[in-house]
Design a protein around this ligand. Structure first.
Ligand SMILES: NC(=O)c1ccc[n+]([C@@H]2O[C@H](COP(=O)([O-])OP(=O)(O)OC[C@H]3O[C@@H](n4cnc5c(N)ncnc54)[C@H](OP(=O)(O)O)[C@@H]3O)[C@@H](O)[C@H]2O)c1
Length: 319
């Protein structure tokens, strides 16, 4: 495993981080047992991962708590989040603080390392900064968490307007954002600010569903070609990204997707979500490989650098 400094938190974190939400939720979405999910967390630690991201809404905090119970507390960076409950019009200080306390209980810890405000839309940001952040910083003083973070709602903020502001405010120690082969907005909109202000970054959506499901990639490319947003010849290929797979390049599309994100200047931690030990092993291998060849990166910038809102699908709501 490779380790890096997580922005101004100063924490040393693995460049590959285990995401406990997304489509897989450690395998729970596909019906895997709690023991299997615990095994995924422990398997990640065995491979050198030392940063784990969960959230109150993922339904994985209890599993993470059980998986980490016998692990020295300071050997793993635990990140969790509180969100605006579905149906509520606004974030509320009271509910966010309740959520923090409930997360600590489910995780069986007296503090988390990074507490994040989850999926903040641009139009909520002024309120969040003025009301929620000061209340959270008082909880930080009580020792309930070490660093304050914020995450975006990628499908609702294609220009990354919220993080463009938040990363320059000096309030948030960490930021979680979308960045991938076909969504390169952060290169100009977020990373210059996070790097200038020492904000630690966690990237999500490296693969998500678009680079895991060949049919989705193919259908997306057809739609983009029909709209004149990508060259028509890409949509005619069985695998529209097969030009990345060659000797000296990527071994397949998911390999390309994780390597692409990992080596972007400004990226600290690449989150991967999985319920599969085999995927975890290959994903970590990909994240540790060298960058894609310069020519491939340049071609991806030319082909897709202008795209907005591609490959940011949300998982179906939990039953
Ligand atoms: N707003 C927010 O705060 C927010 C939003 C979204 C995500 N997140 C965080 O970011 C994390 C990462 O996002 P993500 O879960 O979408 O991760 P991701 O790594 O981009 O995508 C994971 C998906 O790809 C599949 N996959 C992974 N490796 C594969 C491989 N080698 N071959 C084929 N399929 C593969 C997984 O299925 P398998 O189970 O089959 O491997 C899973 O469905 C989340 O877990 C969560 O912690 C935060």
């Amino acid at each position: 495993m490779d380790y890096t400094t997580f922005g101004r938190t100063g924490l040393r974190v693995s460049v590959a981080g285990l995401g406990c939400g997304g489509f897989s939720r450690l395998g729970l979405t596909a019906g895997a047992s709690e023991d299997h999910a615990i095994g995924i967390v422990r398997g990640a630690l065995d491979l050198g991962v030392n940063i784990v991201d969960t959230a109150s809404v993922y339904g994985t905090e209890e599993v993470v708590g059980k998986a980490l119970r016998d692990v020295p507390r300071d050997s793993v960076v635990i990140c969790t989040k509180a969100s605006k409950p579905a149906g509520d019009k606004h974030f509320s200080v009271e509910k966010i603080l309740e959520s923090l306390d409930a997360s600590l209980k489910r995780l069986q810890v007296d503090h988390v390392d990074v507490f994040q405000l989850h999926a903040v839309p641009p139009d909520a940001y002024d309120y969040v900064r003025a009301e929620i952040a000061p209340a959270l910083l008082r909880e930080k003083e009580k020792g309930k968490f070490r660093f304050l973070g914020i995450t975006e709602t990628a499908p609702n903020d294609h220009e990354q307007e919220m993080l463009g502001r938040a990363s320059q405010d000096g309030i948030w120690d960490t930021a979680m954002l979308a960045f991938h082969l076909m969504d390169q907005v952060a290169r100009n909109q977020v990373f210059p600010h996070t790097m200038a202000h020492g904000v630690g970054t966690l990237t999500m959506f490296a693969v998500r569903s678009i680079f895991a499901r060949p049919d989705q990639l193919s259908d997306t490319m057809k739609g983009l070609a029909a709209a004149g947003l990508v060259p028509a010849e890409l949509a005619q290929r069985g695998n529209p990204l097969d030009f990345l797979v060659h000797e000296g390049g990527a071994s397949n599309v998911t390999d390309a997707a994780y390597r692409y994100v990992r080596h972007e200047p400004g990226v600290d931690v690449v989150l991967f979500g999985t319920g599969s030990h085999e995927h975890m092993r290959t994903n970590i291998q990909s994240i540790l490989k060298p960058p894609l060849p310069d020519a491939d990166r340049a071609r991806l910038a030319t082909l897709f650098g202008h795209l907005r809102g591609v490959g940011l699908q949300l998982p179906p709501p939990r039953a």
